[in-house]
Design a protein around this ligand. Sequence first.
Ligand SMILES: [Zn+2]
Length: 261
Amino acid sequence: MVGIRYIDAHAHLLGRDREDIKGAQLRIERAAELGVTIIAIAQVPRIWEETLKLAEEHDNVFVALAAAHPDDSMTETFERLVTLCRDEPRVVGIGEIGLDYRQGKPSDIAKRKDQLREHIQIAREVNLPLVIHDGKATNDVLKILDEEAASDVGGMIHFFTGTPKQAQRAIELGFFISFGGPHTYAKPLAELVRSVPLDRILVETDSPMLAPPKHHKDEGNEPALVVDVVKGIAEVRGMDPEELREATTANAIRLFRLDED
Ligand SMILES: [Zn+2]
């Protein structure tokens, strides 16, 4: 697709403050000026419609949808999710969905595992790639991806912080490994950043949730900063930033099938 220089493979446009539509539009425009296309994550039903509207209004926004909330009435919600995935051409993925052992009650874990399995089934039903969230639960996440044959649809594990060996396992299961701001400066992640093959890397900001890349640590995070994520990751890998930009953009286009419009 012409005009895409970078792809922020994981960002939240309507995160904590979903009333801030104007702010979201400004962040989208700042990204567009740099040739940044955004995969906007709408992980709960209450932001599906507004996020889709932003994608309809801006050429550089696509959407991933999930119903990742333990309290939702699931049957009805999942039916709507399938309908939107089929009818809305801007929906390019299912997510984010996964496990997070850093937060939530232990009693929620079984429920979240079920939800992850259900979303893998939905991804298969609508033939879209998965956007997986893994908060210090890598082995359990990989086990479920394997058991549910998620390799049929593939996807990405966003803000991956597992070991190089776990990354290798995810790749074998058909997944891309996505790096964000902290991967540009966190020493314990450097070996991982160097270990992933170029044709399996994605870049993201996970804005506004995640810390921004190097040199922007005290600022707010937004999709335009994916440009600096690329620079920082290239530095850690000791490679040409332009080569990394090209590869990560091509990888995201391939995964989300952005060239099939
Ligand atoms: Zn996220």
